[in-house]
Design a protein around this ligand. Structure first.
Ligand code: ZN
Length: 288
C-alpha cells in the first residue's frame, strides 16, 4: 500500500498546520501523483498527518480522520480532542473534527471519509446527520465500506420530521444583536445547524498572532453527538497545531439565539480545561 515516508509526512504536517488542516484539490492531485495511487489510498495515506493534530491527554489514543468534499475536490483533516478534568462526553471525536473543519470552510458534500480506526457508534450517528449520508463511503485501514453498512436500521433526522441536513441547511437572517460581533461570526451564526432546539449559535476565538478561529453549533437527531460551537472552535485551533493556553487570546465570543440559549455552560466547562483567564463574551441574537 502507498504510504508517505517520514520526511514527506513531516512536510505534509507543516503544510497542514499552515492551512489549518485543509488540502486543496490541486494539492491532492500533486500528492496522488507522488504516490501513484487512487484517491481513497491517498486519503488513507494522509491519516498519520491528521493524527498528529490529536490532543488526547486522557486516552493517549491519537485518532485521525480525513473528509473529502466532492464539490471542490479538497480534503479536510480532523483529530480527536480531549479536555482534562472535564466529562468524557465533551471530547471531540476525529470524525466530528474533520466534518466540522469541512463544514466551517465551505464544503458542500462530504462523499468520502478515511478514518484511522473503526468509527465508534457516536460518530456513525454524527455522520448520519450529513446531507447525502446514504452515499457516504468510509475507508478504514483494512476495509473500504459505507455508512449504510456500518449503521443499518439508523435513527436519523427523518424520525424527528426534520427535512434539513448538516452541510445543506438553510441560512437564517439576524434581526438584532445584544453586542456588535464580526461579520465572519455573523455568517457562522447564520449557517449554524440547530433544527432540534432552534439555538443557532457560534463562537469566535480571536488570537493575538494566529488570527481567528470559529465554531458553529452542529446538532444531531440523537442529541448527544451534537457538537457545540466552542468544541468546534477549539478543534479548529488544534488543527492549526495550537492549544488555547499556549497562545495569547484577544477575545472569545459566544453568540446564541435569544430565548433558546443552551451553550454557555458547555463553553465554560471546556474552557476550564485550559490554563487561560480569557473571559467569554456572551452575545444574544434575535433571528428572523
Ligand atoms: Zn467516535
Amino acid at each position: 500500500m502507498a504510504v508517505f515516508n517520514p520526511q514527506q509526512l513531516k512536510k505534509l504536517e507543516q503544510q497542514a498546520k499552515r492551512n489549518r488542516g485543509h488540502f486543496s484539490h490541486a494539492q491532492l492531485n500533486e500528492l496522488q501523483a507522488q504516490l501513484s495511487c487512487d484517491l481513497d489510498t491517498l486519503l488513507k495515506a494522509l491519516l498519520p498527518v491528521a493524527a498528529t493534530f490529536s490532543q488526547a491527554p486522557i486516552s493517549h489514543f491519537n485518532v485521525g480522520a480525513v473528509a473529502y468534499d466532492k464539490t471542490t475536490g479538497g480534503a479536510y483533516l480532523g483529530a480527536n480532542l480531549e479536555f482534562s478534568h472535564q466529562a468524557l462526553s465533551l471530547v471531540v471525536h476525529a470524525e466530528q473534527s474533520a466534518i466540522n473543519n469541512a463544514w466551517l470552510n465551505g464544503a458542500n458534500e462530504i462523499s468520502r471519509m478515511a478514518i484511522s480506526d473503526a468509527p465508534c457508534g457516536y460518530c456513525r450517528q454524527f455522520m448520519n446527520e450529513l446531507d447525502k449520508c446514504a452515499e457516504l463511503a468510509i475507508m478504514l485501514p483494512t476495509l473500504n465500506t459505507s455508512l449504510k453498512e456500518l449503521l443499518p436500521s439508523a435513527f436519523g433526522p427523518q424520525d424527528l420530521d426534520n427535512s434539513q441536513r448538516l452541510l445543506a441547511s438553510t441560512q437564517s437572517n439576524i434581526k438584532s444583536l445584544s453586542h456588535e460581533i464580526s461579520d465572519t461570526l455573523k455568517t457562522h451564526l447564520q449557517n449554524a445547524y440547530a433544527p432540534y432546539t432552534g439555538n443557532l449559535s457560534a463562537v469566535e476565538i480571536s488570537t493575538q498572532s494566529h488570527g481567528q478561529f470559529y465554531g458553529r453549533y452542529a446538532e444531531n437527531a440523537a442529541y448527544s453527538p451534537s457538537l457545540s460551537p466552542m468544541q468546534g472552535a477549539l478543534s479548529q485551533l488544534a488543527l492549526a497545531g495550537l492549544k488555547l493556553d499556549e497562545v495569547a487570546i484577544n477575545a472569545i465570543t459566544l453568540v446564541e439565539t435569544k430565548g433558546y440559549e443552551n451553550q454557555q455552560a458547555v463553553a465554560d466547562a471546556v474552557l476550564k480545561s485550559y490554563a487561560t483567564d480569557a473571559a467569554l463574551l456572551h452575545v444574544l441574537a434575535e433571528m428572523e
